[in-house]
Design a protein around this ligand. Structure first.
Ligand code: AMP
Ligand code: MG
Length: 466
Protein backbone atom coordinates (compact mmCIF):
# COMPACT_ATOMS: atom_id res chain seq x y z
CA UNK A 1 0.00 0.00 0.00
CA UNK A 2 1.19 3.51 -0.77
CA UNK A 3 -1.38 6.28 -0.36
CA UNK A 4 0.71 8.80 -2.27
CA UNK A 5 0.00 6.82 -5.45
CA UNK A 6 -3.68 7.79 -5.14
CA UNK A 7 -2.70 11.31 -6.18
CA UNK A 8 -2.06 10.04 -9.67
CA UNK A 9 0.56 10.52 -12.33
CA UNK A 10 0.88 14.30 -12.10
CA UNK A 11 2.50 13.87 -8.71
CA UNK A 12 5.03 11.09 -9.18
CA UNK A 13 6.75 8.77 -11.64
CA UNK A 14 7.49 5.04 -11.23
CA UNK A 15 11.21 4.38 -11.10
CA UNK A 16 13.64 1.49 -11.06
CA UNK A 17 16.02 1.47 -8.15
CA UNK A 18 19.64 0.53 -8.71
CA UNK A 19 21.04 -1.84 -6.14
CA UNK A 20 24.49 -1.64 -4.56
CA UNK A 21 27.48 -3.97 -4.92
CA UNK A 22 28.39 -6.05 -1.88
CA UNK A 23 25.81 -4.24 0.24
CA UNK A 24 25.88 -4.78 3.99
CA UNK A 25 23.72 -3.61 6.86
CA UNK A 26 25.68 -1.20 9.05
CA UNK A 27 22.95 -0.40 11.55
CA UNK A 28 19.23 -0.63 12.09
CA UNK A 29 17.04 1.33 14.48
CA UNK A 30 15.59 -1.57 16.46
CA UNK A 31 13.05 0.49 18.37
CA UNK A 32 11.68 2.01 15.19
CA UNK A 33 11.72 -1.41 13.57
CA UNK A 34 9.46 -2.79 16.29
CA UNK A 35 7.17 0.27 16.21
CA UNK A 36 6.68 -0.38 12.52
CA UNK A 37 5.60 -3.93 13.30
CA UNK A 38 7.81 -5.35 10.57
CA UNK A 39 8.81 -8.99 10.56
CA UNK A 40 11.72 -9.23 8.19
CA UNK A 41 15.05 -10.94 8.55
CA UNK A 42 18.07 -8.64 8.46
CA UNK A 43 18.82 -10.01 5.01
CA UNK A 44 15.35 -9.13 3.74
CA UNK A 45 15.64 -5.69 5.31
CA UNK A 46 19.01 -5.23 3.59
CA UNK A 47 17.59 -6.20 0.21
CA UNK A 48 14.66 -3.84 0.65
CA UNK A 49 16.98 -1.00 1.66
CA UNK A 50 19.13 -1.45 -1.43
CA UNK A 51 16.06 -1.71 -3.62
CA UNK A 52 17.08 -5.19 -4.74
CA UNK A 53 13.75 -6.48 -3.42
CA UNK A 54 10.54 -4.53 -3.61
CA UNK A 55 8.56 -3.86 -0.46
CA UNK A 56 5.25 -5.71 -0.78
CA UNK A 57 5.56 -5.76 -4.60
CA UNK A 58 5.16 -1.98 -4.78
CA UNK A 59 6.91 -0.19 -7.63
CA UNK A 60 8.99 2.66 -6.18
CA UNK A 61 8.06 6.20 -7.16
CA UNK A 62 9.83 9.55 -7.26
CA UNK A 63 7.68 12.60 -6.57
CA UNK A 64 7.90 15.94 -8.31
CA UNK A 65 8.20 19.26 -6.53
CA UNK A 66 9.64 22.75 -6.93
CA UNK A 67 11.24 25.03 -4.39
CA UNK A 68 12.92 28.27 -3.46
CA UNK A 69 16.63 27.53 -3.19
CA UNK A 70 18.67 30.21 -1.44
CA UNK A 71 15.90 32.68 -2.18
CA UNK A 72 15.46 31.87 -5.88
CA UNK A 73 12.59 29.89 -7.29
CA UNK A 74 13.47 26.68 -9.08
CA UNK A 75 10.34 25.68 -11.00
CA UNK A 76 11.14 22.02 -11.08
CA UNK A 77 12.97 19.80 -8.67
CA UNK A 78 11.85 16.43 -7.37
CA UNK A 79 13.11 13.31 -5.66
CA UNK A 80 16.46 13.22 -7.43
CA UNK A 81 17.98 10.57 -5.25
CA UNK A 82 15.15 9.43 -3.07
CA UNK A 83 12.05 7.41 -3.72
CA UNK A 84 9.03 6.09 -1.90
CA UNK A 85 8.95 2.31 -1.70
CA UNK A 86 5.98 1.59 0.51
CA UNK A 87 3.99 2.33 3.60
CA UNK A 88 3.31 0.59 6.91
CA UNK A 89 1.11 1.13 9.92
CA UNK A 90 3.09 1.96 13.03
CA UNK A 91 2.11 1.98 16.68
CA UNK A 92 4.18 4.83 18.04
CA UNK A 93 3.72 7.12 21.01
CA UNK A 94 0.59 6.34 23.08
CA UNK A 95 0.09 3.29 20.87
CA UNK A 96 -1.50 5.60 18.31
CA UNK A 97 -1.65 3.93 14.93
CA UNK A 98 -0.19 6.07 12.19
CA UNK A 99 0.82 5.21 8.66
CA UNK A 100 4.46 5.69 7.80
CA UNK A 101 6.04 6.00 4.37
CA UNK A 102 9.28 4.20 3.66
CA UNK A 103 11.73 6.13 1.52
CA UNK A 104 15.17 5.24 0.20
CA UNK A 105 17.84 7.89 -0.13
CA UNK A 106 20.61 7.00 -2.56
CA UNK A 107 19.03 4.15 -4.55
CA UNK A 108 19.88 5.56 -7.97
CA UNK A 109 18.82 8.23 -10.40
CA UNK A 110 15.26 9.29 -11.17
CA UNK A 111 13.76 11.57 -13.83
CA UNK A 112 14.48 14.44 -11.40
CA UNK A 113 18.17 13.76 -10.87
CA UNK A 114 19.31 16.56 -13.19
CA UNK A 115 22.51 14.84 -14.43
CA UNK A 116 23.47 13.73 -10.91
CA UNK A 117 23.86 10.06 -10.05
CA UNK A 118 21.06 9.58 -7.53
CA UNK A 119 23.55 8.22 -5.04
CA UNK A 120 24.48 9.22 -1.52
CA UNK A 121 28.00 8.75 -0.19
CA UNK A 122 28.71 6.83 2.99
CA UNK A 123 29.78 9.90 4.95
CA UNK A 124 26.60 11.88 4.33
CA UNK A 125 24.48 8.79 4.98
CA UNK A 126 26.16 8.26 8.35
CA UNK A 127 25.50 11.89 9.20
CA UNK A 128 21.83 11.63 8.22
CA UNK A 129 21.39 8.35 10.08
CA UNK A 130 22.95 9.64 13.31
CA UNK A 131 21.29 13.04 13.19
CA UNK A 132 17.85 11.51 12.68
CA UNK A 133 18.42 9.54 15.90
CA UNK A 134 19.80 12.61 17.68
CA UNK A 135 16.79 14.77 16.77
CA UNK A 136 14.42 12.02 17.84
CA UNK A 137 16.31 11.79 21.12
CA UNK A 138 15.99 15.55 21.60
CA UNK A 139 12.23 15.34 21.00
CA UNK A 140 12.47 17.50 17.88
CA UNK A 141 10.23 16.62 14.95
CA UNK A 142 12.23 14.72 12.34
CA UNK A 143 12.07 12.14 9.63
CA UNK A 144 13.44 8.93 11.09
CA UNK A 145 16.02 6.53 9.73
CA UNK A 146 15.41 2.80 9.92
CA UNK A 147 18.49 1.36 8.25
CA UNK A 148 21.96 2.36 7.12
CA UNK A 149 23.52 0.25 4.41
CA UNK A 150 27.07 0.46 3.06
CA UNK A 151 28.52 -1.03 -0.13
CA UNK A 152 31.53 -1.28 -2.42
CA UNK A 153 29.80 0.67 -5.21
CA UNK A 154 32.04 3.55 -6.19
CA UNK A 155 30.72 7.06 -6.62
CA UNK A 156 32.59 10.06 -7.92
CA UNK A 157 32.60 13.21 -5.86
CA UNK A 158 35.69 15.35 -5.31
CA UNK A 159 37.33 12.05 -4.46
CA UNK A 160 36.25 8.52 -5.16
CA UNK A 161 33.88 7.37 -2.40
CA UNK A 162 31.52 4.49 -1.73
CA UNK A 163 27.74 4.63 -1.99
CA UNK A 164 25.36 4.05 0.89
CA UNK A 165 21.60 4.11 1.38
CA UNK A 166 19.49 5.25 4.31
CA UNK A 167 15.88 4.16 4.61
CA UNK A 168 13.87 7.10 5.86
CA UNK A 169 10.54 6.84 7.63
CA UNK A 170 7.92 9.58 8.02
CA UNK A 171 4.12 9.81 7.82
CA UNK A 172 4.69 11.81 4.64
CA UNK A 173 7.67 13.32 2.86
CA UNK A 174 5.55 16.07 1.26
CA UNK A 175 7.33 19.42 1.25
CA UNK A 176 6.27 23.05 0.80
CA UNK A 177 7.76 22.67 -2.69
CA UNK A 178 5.14 20.11 -3.72
CA UNK A 179 2.49 22.84 -3.44
CA UNK A 180 4.75 25.43 -5.04
CA UNK A 181 5.19 23.32 -8.17
CA UNK A 182 1.50 23.18 -9.06
CA UNK A 183 0.78 26.74 -7.93
CA UNK A 184 3.58 28.12 -10.11
CA UNK A 185 2.09 26.33 -13.11
CA UNK A 186 -1.34 27.73 -12.36
CA UNK A 187 -2.65 24.19 -11.75
CA UNK A 188 -5.09 25.13 -9.00
CA UNK A 189 -6.98 21.83 -9.31
CA UNK A 190 -3.79 19.96 -8.42
CA UNK A 191 -3.07 22.32 -5.53
CA UNK A 192 -6.53 21.53 -4.18
CA UNK A 193 -6.10 17.81 -4.79
CA UNK A 194 -2.85 17.84 -2.85
CA UNK A 195 -4.32 19.89 0.00
CA UNK A 196 -7.32 17.53 0.19
CA UNK A 197 -4.96 14.55 0.24
CA UNK A 198 -2.82 16.05 3.00
CA UNK A 199 -5.88 16.86 5.11
CA UNK A 200 -7.49 13.45 4.59
CA UNK A 201 -4.37 11.46 5.38
CA UNK A 202 -2.45 13.62 7.82
CA UNK A 203 -4.80 16.16 9.40
CA UNK A 204 -8.23 14.46 9.37
CA UNK A 205 -9.35 16.47 12.38
CA UNK A 206 -9.23 19.65 10.28
CA UNK A 207 -11.94 18.57 7.84
CA UNK A 208 -14.71 21.16 7.59
CA UNK A 209 -15.66 24.45 5.97
CA UNK A 210 -12.41 26.30 6.70
CA UNK A 211 -10.07 23.35 6.44
CA UNK A 212 -7.54 24.94 4.06
CA UNK A 213 -7.00 27.88 6.38
CA UNK A 214 -6.76 25.47 9.31
CA UNK A 215 -4.23 23.40 7.37
CA UNK A 216 -1.99 26.41 6.83
CA UNK A 217 -2.45 27.45 10.47
CA UNK A 218 -1.38 23.98 11.62
CA UNK A 219 1.67 23.92 9.34
CA UNK A 220 2.65 27.36 10.66
CA UNK A 221 2.27 26.13 14.23
CA UNK A 222 4.32 22.99 13.68
CA UNK A 223 7.05 24.81 11.77
CA UNK A 224 7.32 27.42 14.53
CA UNK A 225 7.62 24.68 17.16
CA UNK A 226 10.26 22.83 15.13
CA UNK A 227 12.38 25.93 14.58
CA UNK A 228 12.02 27.09 18.20
CA UNK A 229 13.31 23.66 19.24
CA UNK A 230 16.25 23.95 16.84
CA UNK A 231 17.11 27.32 18.38
CA UNK A 232 16.87 26.03 21.94
CA UNK A 233 19.05 22.99 21.22
CA UNK A 234 21.59 24.81 19.05
CA UNK A 235 20.78 23.02 15.79
CA UNK A 236 21.38 24.61 12.40
CA UNK A 237 19.82 22.92 9.38
CA UNK A 238 22.06 24.48 6.77
CA UNK A 239 19.79 24.33 3.69
CA UNK A 240 16.37 25.67 4.61
CA UNK A 241 15.16 25.78 1.03
CA UNK A 242 11.39 25.40 0.66
CA UNK A 243 11.91 21.98 -0.94
CA UNK A 244 13.52 20.95 2.35
CA UNK A 245 10.57 22.04 4.51
CA UNK A 246 8.17 19.30 5.58
CA UNK A 247 4.46 20.06 5.76
CA UNK A 248 4.39 18.10 9.02
CA UNK A 249 6.97 20.33 10.71
CA UNK A 250 9.60 17.60 10.63
CA UNK A 251 13.29 18.25 10.16
CA UNK A 252 14.02 16.77 6.75
CA UNK A 253 16.90 16.40 4.28
CA UNK A 254 19.95 16.30 6.48
CA UNK A 255 22.92 17.69 4.61
CA UNK A 256 25.42 20.22 5.91
CA UNK A 257 23.62 20.60 9.27
CA UNK A 258 25.53 21.35 12.44
CA UNK A 259 25.03 21.60 16.16
CA UNK A 260 26.45 24.81 17.51
CA UNK A 261 29.33 24.09 19.86
CA UNK A 262 30.94 27.34 21.03
CA UNK A 263 28.00 29.71 21.43
CA UNK A 264 27.81 31.97 18.42
CA UNK A 265 24.42 33.10 17.15
CA UNK A 266 25.96 33.83 13.75
CA UNK A 267 27.05 30.24 13.32
CA UNK A 268 26.84 29.14 9.66
CA UNK A 269 27.20 25.39 9.34
CA UNK A 270 27.08 25.14 5.54
CA UNK A 271 30.39 26.14 3.98
CA UNK A 272 28.67 26.83 0.65
CA UNK A 273 26.34 29.38 2.28
CA UNK A 274 28.68 32.33 1.74
CA UNK A 275 26.12 34.97 2.66
CA UNK A 276 24.98 33.21 5.80
CA UNK A 277 21.38 33.10 4.57
CA UNK A 278 20.81 30.00 6.68
CA UNK A 279 22.94 31.04 9.65
CA UNK A 280 21.74 29.94 13.09
CA UNK A 281 20.13 33.24 14.08
CA UNK A 282 18.45 33.59 10.67
CA UNK A 283 16.45 30.37 11.00
CA UNK A 284 13.36 31.85 12.70
CA UNK A 285 12.93 34.54 10.04
CA UNK A 286 13.69 32.12 7.20
CA UNK A 287 10.98 29.87 8.62
CA UNK A 288 8.47 32.68 8.15
CA UNK A 289 9.82 33.50 4.69
CA UNK A 290 9.34 29.87 3.68
CA UNK A 291 5.85 29.72 5.17
CA UNK A 292 4.98 32.85 3.20
CA UNK A 293 5.99 31.02 0.00
CA UNK A 294 3.77 28.11 1.03
CA UNK A 295 0.91 30.47 1.79
CA UNK A 296 1.27 32.02 -1.67
CA UNK A 297 1.06 28.55 -3.16
CA UNK A 298 -2.19 28.02 -1.26
CA UNK A 299 -3.65 31.39 -2.20
CA UNK A 300 -6.20 29.82 -4.57
CA UNK A 301 -7.72 28.12 -1.52
CA UNK A 302 -7.44 30.76 1.22
CA UNK A 303 -8.24 34.47 0.99
CA UNK A 304 -5.46 37.01 1.42
CA UNK A 305 -6.76 38.50 4.66
CA UNK A 306 -6.95 35.09 6.33
CA UNK A 307 -3.47 34.20 5.10
CA UNK A 308 -2.07 37.38 6.60
CA UNK A 309 -3.69 36.65 9.95
CA UNK A 310 -2.41 33.06 9.94
CA UNK A 311 1.17 34.07 9.17
CA UNK A 312 1.01 36.50 12.07
CA UNK A 313 0.61 33.60 14.50
CA UNK A 314 4.07 32.29 13.62
CA UNK A 315 6.18 34.64 15.68
CA UNK A 316 4.06 34.32 18.79
CA UNK A 317 4.15 30.51 18.63
CA UNK A 318 7.89 30.45 18.02
CA UNK A 319 8.69 32.89 20.84
CA UNK A 320 6.42 31.04 23.25
CA UNK A 321 7.90 27.63 22.49
CA UNK A 322 11.45 28.96 22.61
CA UNK A 323 10.89 30.83 25.89
CA UNK A 324 9.23 27.81 27.50
CA UNK A 325 12.14 25.58 26.51
CA UNK A 326 14.75 28.10 27.66
CA UNK A 327 13.01 28.63 31.00
CA UNK A 328 13.05 24.88 31.55
CA UNK A 329 16.72 24.77 30.63
CA UNK A 330 17.40 27.26 33.41
CA UNK A 331 15.10 25.44 35.83
CA UNK A 332 12.64 28.33 36.05
CA UNK A 333 9.15 27.06 36.64
CA UNK A 334 7.63 30.42 37.58
CA UNK A 335 7.49 33.41 35.27
CA UNK A 336 9.29 36.52 36.48
CA UNK A 337 9.74 39.76 34.56
CA UNK A 338 13.51 39.64 34.58
CA UNK A 339 13.87 36.03 33.40
CA UNK A 340 14.32 36.87 29.75
CA UNK A 341 17.12 39.29 30.62
CA UNK A 342 18.77 36.81 32.98
CA UNK A 343 18.83 34.15 30.26
CA UNK A 344 20.18 36.57 27.67
CA UNK A 345 22.92 37.75 30.02
CA UNK A 346 24.09 34.16 30.35
CA UNK A 347 24.04 33.65 26.59
CA UNK A 348 26.04 36.86 26.18
CA UNK A 349 28.70 35.51 28.51
CA UNK A 350 28.84 32.28 26.51
CA UNK A 351 29.33 34.32 23.36
CA UNK A 352 31.96 36.63 24.79
CA UNK A 353 33.99 33.84 26.42
CA UNK A 354 33.39 31.33 23.60
CA UNK A 355 31.86 28.69 25.83
CA UNK A 356 30.31 25.46 24.70
CA UNK A 357 26.51 25.97 24.52
CA UNK A 358 25.40 22.42 25.34
CA UNK A 359 27.89 21.72 28.11
CA UNK A 360 27.40 25.13 29.76
CA UNK A 361 23.65 24.58 29.98
CA UNK A 362 24.01 21.01 31.20
CA UNK A 363 26.39 22.25 33.90
CA UNK A 364 23.84 24.76 35.17
CA UNK A 365 22.62 22.17 37.64
CA UNK A 366 26.02 22.24 39.32
CA UNK A 367 26.56 25.80 40.49
CA UNK A 368 29.77 24.85 42.29
CA UNK A 369 31.25 23.80 38.98
CA UNK A 370 30.17 27.01 37.32
CA UNK A 371 31.47 29.18 40.17
CA UNK A 372 35.06 28.10 39.49
CA UNK A 373 34.83 30.27 36.37
CA UNK A 374 35.33 33.93 37.35
CA UNK A 375 33.59 35.12 34.18
CA UNK A 376 30.32 33.88 35.54
CA UNK A 377 30.56 35.08 39.16
CA UNK A 378 28.37 38.18 38.96
CA UNK A 379 25.76 36.44 36.78
CA UNK A 380 25.81 33.52 39.17
CA UNK A 381 24.83 35.63 42.13
CA UNK A 382 21.83 36.96 40.16
CA UNK A 383 20.86 33.43 39.19
CA UNK A 384 21.31 32.17 42.72
CA UNK A 385 19.01 34.90 43.99
CA UNK A 386 16.41 34.14 41.33
CA UNK A 387 16.45 30.47 42.30
CA UNK A 388 15.41 31.43 45.85
CA UNK A 389 11.94 32.01 44.42
CA UNK A 390 11.78 28.51 42.96
CA UNK A 391 10.47 25.79 45.21
CA UNK A 392 11.03 22.81 43.01
CA UNK A 393 12.93 19.99 44.69
CA UNK A 394 13.72 18.17 41.51
CA UNK A 395 15.02 21.21 39.63
CA UNK A 396 18.09 19.32 38.41
CA UNK A 397 15.91 16.54 37.04
CA UNK A 398 13.73 19.03 35.18
CA UNK A 399 16.78 20.76 33.70
CA UNK A 400 18.47 17.53 32.73
CA UNK A 401 15.36 16.51 30.84
CA UNK A 402 15.82 19.41 28.41
CA UNK A 403 19.57 20.06 28.53
CA UNK A 404 21.19 17.21 26.60
CA UNK A 405 24.50 15.78 27.67
CA UNK A 406 25.14 14.42 24.16
CA UNK A 407 24.76 16.14 20.81
CA UNK A 408 26.08 15.12 17.40
CA UNK A 409 29.22 17.21 17.40
CA UNK A 410 30.78 17.45 13.96
CA UNK A 411 34.01 15.86 15.06
CA UNK A 412 32.17 12.89 16.59
CA UNK A 413 30.37 12.29 13.30
CA UNK A 414 33.72 12.70 11.53
CA UNK A 415 35.42 10.14 13.78
CA UNK A 416 32.63 7.65 13.11
CA UNK A 417 32.91 8.35 9.38
CA UNK A 418 36.69 7.90 9.31
CA UNK A 419 36.49 4.60 11.19
CA UNK A 420 33.84 3.40 8.77
CA UNK A 421 35.67 4.57 5.66
CA UNK A 422 39.23 3.69 6.62
CA UNK A 423 38.84 0.68 8.90
CA UNK A 424 35.41 -0.65 7.96
CA UNK A 425 34.65 -0.44 11.66
CA UNK A 426 31.14 0.60 12.64
CA UNK A 427 31.26 0.45 16.43
CA UNK A 428 31.40 4.20 16.86
CA UNK A 429 28.23 4.59 14.81
CA UNK A 430 26.53 2.18 17.13
CA UNK A 431 27.90 3.88 20.28
CA UNK A 432 26.86 7.31 19.06
CA UNK A 433 23.45 6.01 18.03
CA UNK A 434 22.84 4.76 21.58
CA UNK A 435 24.01 7.95 23.29
CA UNK A 436 22.22 10.31 20.91
CA UNK A 437 18.99 8.34 21.09
CA UNK A 438 18.90 9.06 24.83
CA UNK A 439 20.87 12.29 25.12
CA UNK A 440 19.44 13.42 28.45
CA UNK A 441 20.66 10.39 30.37
CA UNK A 442 24.00 10.32 32.15
CA UNK A 443 25.56 7.28 30.40
CA UNK A 444 28.32 7.32 33.02
CA UNK A 445 31.62 6.41 31.44
CA UNK A 446 30.84 8.04 28.11
CA UNK A 447 32.18 11.48 29.05
CA UNK A 448 34.59 11.38 26.11
CA UNK A 449 31.60 12.01 23.89
CA UNK A 450 30.85 15.29 25.67
CA UNK A 451 34.26 16.82 24.97
CA UNK A 452 34.58 19.91 22.86
CA UNK A 453 36.10 19.61 19.39
CA UNK A 454 39.81 18.77 19.42
CA UNK A 455 42.23 20.95 17.45
CA UNK A 456 42.27 18.71 14.36
CA UNK A 457 38.51 19.06 14.00
CA UNK A 458 38.14 22.80 14.41
CA UNK A 459 38.24 23.57 10.70
CA UNK A 460 36.06 20.70 9.51
CA UNK A 461 34.07 21.62 6.42
CA UNK A 462 30.60 20.50 5.48
CA UNK A 463 28.78 21.71 2.43
CA UNK A 464 25.81 20.88 0.18
CA UNK A 465 24.50 17.62 -1.26
CA UNK A 466 26.85 14.67 -1.47
P1 AMP B 1 19.21 18.81 -1.20
O1 AMP B 1 19.53 20.26 -1.00
O2 AMP B 1 20.27 17.87 -0.75
O3 AMP B 1 17.89 18.47 -0.61
O4 AMP B 1 19.11 18.56 -2.80
C1 AMP B 1 18.45 19.41 -3.71
C2 AMP B 1 17.94 18.64 -4.91
O5 AMP B 1 19.01 18.00 -5.59
C3 AMP B 1 16.93 17.59 -4.57
O6 AMP B 1 15.89 17.64 -5.48
C4 AMP B 1 17.71 16.29 -4.67
O7 AMP B 1 16.88 15.24 -5.02
C5 AMP B 1 18.76 16.60 -5.73
N1 AMP B 1 20.01 15.87 -5.52
C6 AMP B 1 20.94 16.06 -4.58
N2 AMP B 1 21.96 15.18 -4.70
C7 AMP B 1 21.67 14.39 -5.74
C8 AMP B 1 22.32 13.27 -6.36
N3 AMP B 1 23.48 12.79 -5.94
N4 AMP B 1 21.70 12.70 -7.42
C9 AMP B 1 20.53 13.17 -7.87
N5 AMP B 1 19.87 14.21 -7.34
C10 AMP B 1 20.42 14.82 -6.27
MG1 MG C 1 16.22 18.28 -0.54
Amino acid sequence: MLDFLKLGKDFSTPIKTKSLDKAFLIHKNSQLYSELGLSLSDDQLLKITTGENKFEQITPIASIYAGHQFGYFNPQLGDGRSCLIGQVQSSGINRQIESQELSLKGAGSTPYSRHADGRAVLRSSIREYLCSAAMQGLNIGTTKALTLVGSSTEVHRELLETAAIVMRVAPTHIRFGHFELFASRGQVAQVKKLADFVIEHHFPALQGSKMYADLLLEIVRRTAIMIASWQAQGFAHGVMNTDNMSILGLTIDYGPFGFMEKYNPQFVCNQSDHEGRYGFDQQPSIGLWNLTRLAEALSSLIDAKTIKAILQTYEQQLVKTYSDLMRQKFGLTQQHDGDHQLINQFLDLLRIYKKDYTNSLRNLTDLDLLSTDVNFSSWLSLYDKRLDDEKVDDRAELMNSVNPKFILRNYLAEEAIREAEDKKSYEKISDLFDLLSNPFEEHTGSEDYTQEAPKWAQGLNVSCSS
